[in-house]
Design a protein around this ligand. Structure first.
Ligand SMILES: Nc1ncnc2c1ncn2[C@@H]1O[C@H](COP(=O)(O)OP(=O)(O)O)[C@@H](O)[C@H]1O
Ligand SMILES: [Mg+2]
Length: 173
């Protein structure tokens, strides 16, 4: 079966990759001689991801990737919330992590469910802080937890992935 690609986002953003999920069965993906076409599952999870410098301007680029991807998937009603989530995650990676780059990934695990993830090169996991009224910081992860249907942080050998999922409501027609 040939690999198909969704349209690239229309606003000029060029995602670094489009990631179709693979079946658990035989695939040419990992075969050195097997060609370049992966086996696709009927349940393939579409995703876009982009590697960005771990600098403040990348937070806006991350929002553009998320916004464009959700619009391609006709999930416009989730753009605002998903942009808030990626803003928190990417800002945290810029502020608290280490290393030159971050990876931003948005996937669609269900018809109206979106997962936003940021991978960075620090093994320190985020913490949920209960900020006092006078505290100027420490609200980002709490806000993300309130906003999302699920969230988590996965340790990786060289860093971590912090992610949050959102159920996008049907838009009134
Ligand atoms: N990507 C990250 N890498 C390392 N530590 C993080 C990361 N994200 C969050 N943290 C830790 O979790 C704490 C809570 O994050 P957050 O609620 O966003 O508050 P803050 O305003 O400090 O960013 C941060 O103060 C930091 O210690
Ligand atoms: Mg924060």
């Amino acid at each position: 079966m040939p690999m198909t690609r969704d349209q690239p986002p229309p606003d000029g953003t060029t995602p670094a990759c489009y990631v179709p999920a693979r079946t658990g069965g035989p695939s040419k993906w990992n075969s050195p001689r097997g060609g370049t076409v992966p086996a696709l599952a009927a349940t393939a999870v579409p995703a876009y991801c982009e590697t960005l410098p771990r600098t403040a301007p990348s937070v806006a680029k991350a929002r553009r990737l998320i916004s464009a991807s959700l619009r391609v998937w006709s999930l416009d009603a989730g753009v605002a919330a998903a942009c808030l989530i990626v803003s928190e995650l990417a800002t945290n990676s810029v502020k608290h992590a280490r290393g030159p780059t971050v990876l931003v990934r948005v996937s669609r695990p269900g018809p109206r469910r979106v997962r936003v993830a940021v991978v960075d090169l620090s093994r320190t996991l985020p913490t949920l802080i209960t900020a006092g009224v006078d505290d100027e910081t420490g609200r980002g992860m709490a806000a993300l937890a309130d906003l999302s249907a699920a969230w988590g942080a996965d340790p990786l050998p060289w860093g971590k992935r912090v992610w949050a999922e959102l159920d996008v409501p049907q838009e009134d027609s």
